[in-house]
Design a protein around this ligand. Structure first.
Ligand code: ADP
Length: 867
């Protein structure tokens, strides 16, 4: 226990798996946690008369499965091995931790997702900037960014970290994003509250603040990557992120030392190089994750992922999350997609040639970290063999003299290397079908080790050494030739005779020899890791571009034109996801024209279910597709490069978390109004809905005016049920009314899903209510009320005449009839209700913030978390 306690002291934040013979044991608190998490029996161990110690163990043979389970639940597992042979040990066997498996640094294939990177993200602040670094230990990918406060969660959403690393003491003056609600995270800096709110179960690791110091990190990173300064990586603009990068490398070294060798030089990500997608937009447009349980089919990624390889699938994910803003790069991608749309044969051939390509990125990572097994090396060789086939197809594709030197396929072809040295070394050494693990069968080819020795046995002369012809010359003089066979000769030696009895242990020796040879081979191949990664990179892009061509050809996408002028013109655009869902039913294509001259702000009206949200999102999705380099679902599209895309779509499910929907709505709207530029695209779906009608209308109107008059001119589509907003067209020059056509046939309505210019003229909420199965009586009554409202039938003292005659008028104020009619579906917003009690004007902003913090905390504790 003394040994245990000493080791545990150093791994307080992990569950310690303590090797004892055939078992890994956990003790004390770890045993309690592990037995719960793994469903193990909790026993106790009498500690030599002293107190009973809780204990739970797992068999060493099955340990991988248990580790995986714990890590998936967000725990870290420190693996403490016996460092010497127990038989040889005098006294207590020496033990030590050889690796700590954490959610963000796991290397075991079973813990990694094929088509998704596993990121460890380090986050810190210095002065007033945030710094972020991320690594994927399985591939060696290493990046840095300095997001602004508003962009932090978006950045994290893109990365989807498996684990977060932050300083124990939050340095600098950066206050972090606004108030949050999670007070229960032990010792976490308050600035992390929004992260905890976003993902309450995200594992967080804390390390001392000095580890995040940029001035310590820089020389360390330079030394590691063999450069004199970080300018070489284009990182000069960064300081805080460099601190995060330094901390992340130290942490990886601490928990997963083998993985440090795989890390590639850090790549800076600059906000200006990417179309900024804030967190709500990423979520609302369902780019990567569905909003509800729609599954992958509900996402853009799910629809356009025609990739063949895992590396391609991962690359496509990052392309969607980070569309570009550089015109040349975008156009080059469009061109490359086009070449393969036109040449269907080449496309099919490339996709076929990519089929045998294994996960080269992770294979190279495993080679570099010394974890590759014999089958990995065979897979690596097979992959390298497939590369020249791919390259040949690309070369043929670009073999016309008129081709432009910027051609992406040409560039990729030159980067697709076959690595003959690697293939040769593997083929020479490894048998065709090796076992998955060393020692479970023959791995090294006969005749590989010079002189290639094979110890054999026959009844005539007992043990002998067999030497192949190639190496006969190297046989020492004192060996005694016994037999000649077709492939070589057999010898005995004095020494062999002497140790004949010991030779019973030859199997073990062969195993040791195989392990040694295999290790040597792996080290040799590891020297090529960087080049292999470069090939993997080119393969990934080849896969993505040909997959995009496949989508474009199959789904009839068009090549968008990219301009530097702000403006979006789409004819017959479609929603890439919805159009695939409507099996049989035809999707109705729609146009849009946005520009900063006369069509800056489109007010879109139309009844519920008319297709407003779909239309709105399709404009966003087409923009994302175009800027990531894909073709788009439309007849034609011209996209002036957008710098930021904002959406505010529908009410999210935050209410269930004790949040005020209306507050969320206002926070999102404020963010848009503060950050939009002339080059931004703003998609608003219902603003002001979460509060009383007049209140909401007032806000919606003021927001529209601000978008039009506020100094910048973001291109905006605003879908609203406030019909009054259509009046803006008459007074503001750059406002256009659009509406969605609806035809009435008697009592029935037909949604044509067709967007036309001009405002819509009626509210069809009642029809929707009927479709949804409201009782006939209710529907009939509602029609009556609506007719009265429309006719403006109010009595002189502001009592609505729609009140049935037999009921005495209860002195109802006119407008409240309208409020209850329109706001009926919305629950009273808890925050709005709470505010009624409060004299906000008398409070300082800080007091208000404190009050709000308190309120949200109360809401959270009041509501069961599963609600
Ligand atoms: P709204 O936002 O106006 O309430 P939605 O955009 O949610 O309406 O669309 C309502 C339904 O109509 C959705 O089920 C969607 O699949 C379908 N839909 C929307 N747009 C189209 C279209 N252009 N063509 C065909 N069906 C559509």
């Amino acid at each position: 226990m003394r040994q245990y306690n000493r080791i545990k002291e150093q791994h307080k934040d992990a569950i310690l798996f303590f090797r004892m013979g055939d078992f890994y044991e956990t003790f004390q608190d770890d045993a309690i946690v592990a037995s719960k998490a793994l469903g193990l029996t909790l026993t106790t161990r009498n500690n030599g008369g002293a107190a009973e110690v809780p204990l739970a163990g797992v068999p060493a043979k099955a340990v991988d499965g248990y580790i995986k389970q714990l890590v998936e639940q967000g725990f870290k597992v420190a693996i403490c091995e016996q460092l010497e042979d127990p038989k040889q040990a005098k006294g207590i066997v020496e033990r030590g931790v050889v690796e700590v498996v954490t959610p963000g640094t796991a290397l075991d294939e079973a813990m990694l997702e094929r088509t998704r990177s596993t990121y460890l993200v380090a986050l810190t602040s210095y002065k007033d900037t945030l710094g972020l670094a991320f690594v994927d230990c399985s591939t060696g990918e290493f990046g840095m960014a300095e997001p602004d406060t508003d962009g932090l969660i978006a950045e994290l959403r893109r990365l989807e970290p498996a684990e977060l690393l932050v300083p124990l003491e939050w340095r600098g003056d950066h206050p972090g994003p606004p108030v949050g609600v999670v007070a229960d995270l032990v010792a976490a800096p308050p600035a992390l509250n929004p992260i905890k709110e976003w993902k309450p179960d995200l594992p967080v690791s804390l390390r001392e603040g000095w580890r995040f110091d940029p001035s310590e990190a820089e020389p360390e990173l330079c030394r590691r990557f063999g450069v004199s300064g970080l300018d070489g990586f284009g990182c000069t603009d960064f300081t805080t992120a460099i601190g995060a990068a330094g901390a992340i490398v130290q942490y990886v070294e601490e928990v997963q030392p083998a993985a440090v060798a795989t890390l590639r030089p850090p790549r800076p990500l600059f906000a200006r190089e990417h179309l900024a997608l804030d967190e709500t937009t990423l979520a609302n447009l369902e780019l990567l994750e569905p909003l509800r349980d729609g599954g992958r089919k509900a996402t853009l990624l799910g629809i356009i992922d025609h990739t063949v390889t895992a590396i391609g699938a991962r690359r496509l994910r990052t392309w969607i999350a980070r569309p570009l803003t550089d015109r040349d790069t975008i156009v080059r991608r469009h061109h490359a997609v086009g070449q393969m749309v036109d040449d269907g044969m080449a496309r099919e051939k490339v996709r076929e040639a990519l089929d045998p390509v294994h996960d080269l990125e992770r294979l190279a990572g495993r080679v570099a970290s010394g974890r590759a097994n014999p089958r990995d090396l065979v897979a690596l060789a097979d992959t390298c063999r497939a590369v020249p086939v791919v390259r040949a197809i690309l070369e043929e594709l670009t073999n016309s003299p008129t081709d432009d030197p910027q051609d992406r396929w040409k560039a990729l072809a030159t980067r697709l290397q076959g690595h003959p040295v690697v293939v040769g070394a593997i083929d020479e050494a490894i048998v065709e079908e090796p076992p998955p693990k060393l020692g479970e069968g023959q791995t090294i080819r006969d005749g590989y080790n010079p002189p290639s020795l094979k110890v054999g046995f026959n009844k005539v002369f007992g043990y002998y050494l067999e030497v192949t012809k190639t190496h006969l010359a190297k046989v020492p003089d004192d060996w005694i030739r016994k037999q000649t066979i077709s492939t070589g000769e057999r010898f005995v030696t004095e020494e062999l005779k002497e140790v004949e009895s010991q030779i019973l242990g030859a199997d073990e020796k062969i195993a040791a020899m195989e392990a040694k040879l295999f290790g040597k081979l792996r080290t040799r191949i590891a020297e090529h890791a960087t080049e292999l990664q470069a090939t993997a990179d080119a393969l990934a892009e080849t896969d993505v571009l040909s997959a995009l061509a496949d989508v474009a050809a199959r789904q009839h996408y068009c090549r968008p034109e990219i301009t530097d002028e702000p403006g979006i013109a789409i004819t017959a655009g479609r929603h890439p996801v919805v159009e695939r869902w409507l099996e049989g039913e035809a999707f109705v294509p729609n146009d849009v024209a946005l520009d900063s001259e006369t069509n800056q702000l489109i007010i879109l009206t139309g009844p519920n279910m008319a297709g407003k949200s779909t239309y709105l999102r399709q404009i966003g999705l087409i923009t994302v597709l175009a800027q990531m380099g894909s073709w788009v679902p439309a007849e034609s599209a011209t996209i002036g490069i957008v710098d930021r895309l904002f959406t505010r779509v529908g009410a999210s499910d935050s209410l269930a978390r004790g949040q005020s929907t209306f507050l969320v709505e206002m926070i999102e709207t404020a963010n848009i109004l503060h950050n939009a530029t002339d080059r931004s695209l703003v998609l608003l779906d219902e603003i002001g809905r979460g509060t009383a009608t007049f209140d909401g209308l007032a806000i919606a109107w003021a927001v529209s005016e601000h978008i039009h008059e506020g100094g910048v001119k973001p291109l905006t589509v605003f879908a609203t049920h406030y019909h009054e907003l259509t009046e803006l067209e008459a007074i503001l020059p750059r406002v256009k009314n659009y509406s969605i056509e609806v035809k009435e046939y008697g009592d029935e309505i037909v949604f044509l899903k067709r967007v036309k210019e001009g405002p819509s003229d009626r509210s069809y909420g009642i029809h929707v209510g009927r479709l949804a199965g409201l009782p006939d009586r209710v529907v009939g009554r509602a029609k009556e009320i609506l007719a009265n409202l429309e006719a403006g039938e109010w009595s002189a003292d502001q009592v609505p005449t729609l009140a049935p005659g037999e009921l005495a008028p209860k002195a109802v104020q006119g407008p409240s009839a309208q409020i209850s009619l329109i706001a009926a579906e919305a629950k009273p917003d808890p925050l709005v209700e709470a505010l009624i009690e409060l004299d906000l004007d008398a409070m300082t902003p800080r007091q208000a913030q404190a009050w709000l913090y308190d309120w949200r905390k109360r809401m959270r504790t009041q509501q069961p978390s599963n609600e």
